[in-house]
Each structure stands twice: as structure tokens, then as C-alpha cells.
Design a protein around this ligand. Sequence first.
Ligand code: B12
Ligand code: SF4
Length: 484
Amino acid sequence: MSDARFSPTSVMSSPSLPAVTPSRVLLVNNNRYAQPYPVYPLGLTYIEGALRAAGYQTRIWDALTDTATLESTVGEFQPDFVGLTLRNIDTVQCLNPHSFVPELVECCQRLRVVTRAPLILGGSGFSIFPRELFALTGVDYGIAGEGEKPLVALLAALRAGNKVDDIPGVICRLASGSVSANPCRLSGVFDSIPYHDPRVLQAYAQHGSLPGIQTQRGCPLKCCYCTYPVIEGRRSRFRSGEEIVEELRQLSAHGMRYAFFVDSVFNTKTSHVVETCEALIRAKLDLQWECFLRPGGITKELLQLMQRAGLRHIEFGSDSFSDTTLASFGKSFTFDEILEASQLANEVGVQYSHFLIFGGPGETVETVEETLARAVTLPAAFFFATIGMRIYPDTDLWKKLSPERHGATAADYLVDPRFYIAPGMTAQTLHARLRQVQLTASNWIIGDPPAAFSDALTKLRKRGVRGPMREYVDLLQRLAMPSS
Ligand code: B12
Ligand code: SF4
């Protein structure tokens, strides 16, 4: 494949490839982050499924689990295109931030040394800062938002020498040298079928990862900090119960017994939960799962149905137990609903955790104390606490703060993770307060779990122990608790 054919500045006049030319696409996952456990590259499985359906040969190179180097894989596979996924931009730890962008830039540079294939970047992290990451990494193309159809369209256009600057979500350099970024156009339906490469799936299972499944895309709600509607769109698109069962059946056939429903919120629509769970009950799969739920609109009957369908653990995206703070975060429920959902989960015997954000807009010392006092009233609950609110472009928080007015750009917020902390508190004072709580209660994790906890969990998982992290937390966190 000649260099000129795919050079980013000449795509519009490139000659077409003969139709018989086989095309190989290497898919690169550079995510080595293993907190809270290594996360299976689900986005790439959907991309791989779409590429295979379109007749491409594919291979995943995974930084965490591949024993072959990136360079030797490129040498052996000889890709015509390389697709890279960027999931995490940084660790989202206000007190100890670590950006993954330099590692991605280095990965692109390594690829440039060993291949002339065009580099195409996508993924959830990329979709939050597409123009900025496109510029920083120097890749040839970017695709923001869901990637299956746009990537297949992009590769077809490149192979045919056609224009690419009208494909939804695509970012590219034009012949003039300027950058074109097309608006994302989401598919009306969510009908993608992932391809689970047994090699990658098993390697992640060995590392203690829970395989993911997505039952819907999009979130219509408007929490002030949230990037999910930016990544997936605001319009919900649901898969049918039968499709979901089919995908879980595939995972089950690969020996998976526990899965993670990665939907931003599984219960955006009660009828979707009912349809999915009824299909799962009919299918009698030997598989349990966990999911994110919003606390509003949960009934005992719904929880029992979910439990019969395999639900073992709920992660509530509650954010705060203070109604004042919930309202200023733009949440659509109140503490009474959180309490009721927690009590119901406890009553029917489903474990649950609450994700909390301390120090966001509207937070005061009083609301922090209100949240801590109310946490004690939730039966058998577990808490994951984050300090500060990461500020992302295109969110209500961004609009409210308008960093541009103060001379900052989105690029500044990409390379240097920035967090909102409400007036009257600092990340340090919040951390000190939460540490006081944690020292007397083993059901709190602040930020990432301690390294010793993650190591112990990985060892358990390697011995075949599966299930939600929460089940080992009481014991393991005591083992890992720092002495100070
Ligand atoms: C579920 C989830 C989790 C679960 C994962 C469970 C599991 N077993 O899989 C848990 C809770 C463990 C988790 C942990 C973390 N998460 Co998380 N998580 C998510 C969530 C909600 C869904 C991810 C997902 O699987 N989506 C489904 C797949 C199919 O979509 P996708 O990966 O985006 O892929 C699509 C497109 O992006 C695109 N695409 C993907 N790759 C490629 C490649 C190419 C070439 C192309 C063209 C397109 C393309 O096409 C795909 C199909 O349409 C997202 C938010 C969101 N709505 O996206 C956050 C999200 C990915 N997480 C995020 C973060 C930060 C984390 C943590 C660092 C948080 C922490 N401090 O603990 C950890 C890191 C984990 C790790 N080791 O990597 C951030 C990442 C961006 C950022 N801000 O840095 C997100 C976006 C949320 C946010 N805050 O904005 N997470
Ligand atoms: S935090 Fe959850 S409910 Fe709120 S907008 Fe984001 S995905 Fe939707």
C-alpha cells in the first residue's frame, strides 16, 4: 500500500484500490490501567464485530494482556489500517491525577515507526476531546461517538479514494491543511453485534475483569458534569431482550458466569428492564450480572424481576445524599428515593453500592455532613467516593464555568485534569474528612481502591473467584488499610 494513497492530506484525490485487495485492520487498546480492575475493551469488540461483518480481517493488540509487542504484531499482521481506542483520558483522581494522553501519543509514535497504515483514533475518552486529541496525537483520522458505521464507511471511502469529510463523526485534515470535524450522527437503532475474540476475553478473565455488555445507548438526563450524553448522545436506543440474551449466551459459551451491564443507566425506561429481564429468565442462562441504576422509579417487583434474571449487584449513581446538592448537580431524584431504593435492594437481598461525588457545585460543609449522616441510615450499603468534579467540555458545568471567558481552552483541561471544588472547601479538607469516616467504617472506598486491595483482588480472581468487587471489600480493605 503506497504512502501517498492514505496520506491524510491527499485522501480526497486518492486512487481506488482494486476491490479484491484484502484489508487488515489492527485494533489497538493501549489501556494498561488496572483500577479498580483491568477493564475488557468492550468498545473494540463492537468495532471488530462491524469490521468483520464488512469483510475485514482484524486483530486486537492489547497493551495489558498481549505477550507479543506492538511492533512484532504489526510486523506479523501487516495492517492496512490501524484503529486505536482511547477509553480513559486520566484517572479522574483530583488529589493524585495521572493523564494517559502521553502514553497514547507515544503509542502513535511507535506505530509510525513500524507502519505506514493510516492511524484512526476513537473511543469514549477520545469523544470527549476529539479535536484536541486529534491534534495532540497527530493521527490521520478520528471518529467521535459511536464508531461502528462511521469506521466501516471511512475505510470504504479510503479504499475507494472517496471523500471522507462528510462521514458522521470523522475528523480529518483537509488537503488545505485545515481540520474538518463532522458532527456525529447517531444510528437510529442500536443493532451492533460485538465480536468477542476468545483470546482477549480469556486473557481479561484471567486478570479478573468482568466482561461487559451494552443493552442501550444514550442518556436523556442532564446531570451537570456528565459526559455520557456527549459520548453516546441524548436519545436512548435500546436493544431487544432477545439480542441481549444472544450476546450473553455467547459470553456464557466462553465460560463467563458474571457480566457487567455497562449502560450509563440500565433503568432509563422500565419497559426495557422488564423486557430484558423476562428474556433472560426465559433463556435460563447460568450467568449473573451487575448494572448501574438510577434510584428513582424502583419498585420491589422490578427488583425481584431483575434478581430472578441474574442481578447480583447494583451500582447506584447517586452522587450525594443531600437534596440541595442533588438539585445543583442536576440529578432527577431525591434522597427519599435513594433511601427507598436502598431499603428495597436490602430487603430483596441484592447487594448495592452508591457512587458519591464530594465538593461539586452547590456543595457546602453542611451538605457534606448531611450526606455522611444519611449514609449511615442506608442498610448494608457500600460507598465509592470521589473528591471534586472533573470539568469536561460540552457539559452544563463547562457552560456554567465558561473557561474560555478566562482565557482557557479545552486542550488545557485535557492535558491537565481540572476539577471543580466548591467554595469553602478544598480537596485536602474533603479528603481528611472522608478519611475520618473510612477509618471507622470499612464500607467506604475513597478514590481508587488501595493498591494492596487491587492486588489481593487480582489474586482471588486468578484463582477463579468471580462476582462484584464489593463482596470482598470488607475483608480486603481491612487488610489493605494504611496504618496512619
Ligand atoms: C461501564 C463503565 C465503567 C465500568 C467498566 C465495567 C466493565 N466491566 O466493563 C467501571 C465502573 C469498572 C469503570 C471504571 C473506570 N472508568 Co468507566 N465507564 C464506563 C462507561 C459507563 C461505559 C463504558 C463502556 O463499556 N461503553 C460501551 C462501549 C461499547 O462503548 P465505547 O467503549 O465508548 O466504544 C464505542 C465508541 O467509543 C467507539 N470506539 C471505541 N473504540 C474505538 C476505536 C476506534 C478506532 C473507533 C473508530 C471507534 C471506537 O465505538 C464504540 C462502539 O460504538 C463509560 C461512560 C460511557 N457512557 O461511555 C465510563 C468511562 C469510560 N469511564 C471512565 C473512567 C475515567 C473510568 C475510571 C478511570 C474511573 C475510576 N477512577 O475508577 C475507571 C477505569 C477502568 C479501567 N481500568 O480502565 C471515563 C473515561 C474518560 C475519562 N474521563 O477519562 C468514562 C467515559 C466516564 C467519564 N467519566 O466520562 N467504568
Ligand atoms: S450521570 Fe447518569 S443519569 Fe446523569 S446524565 Fe450522566 S448517564 Fe445520565
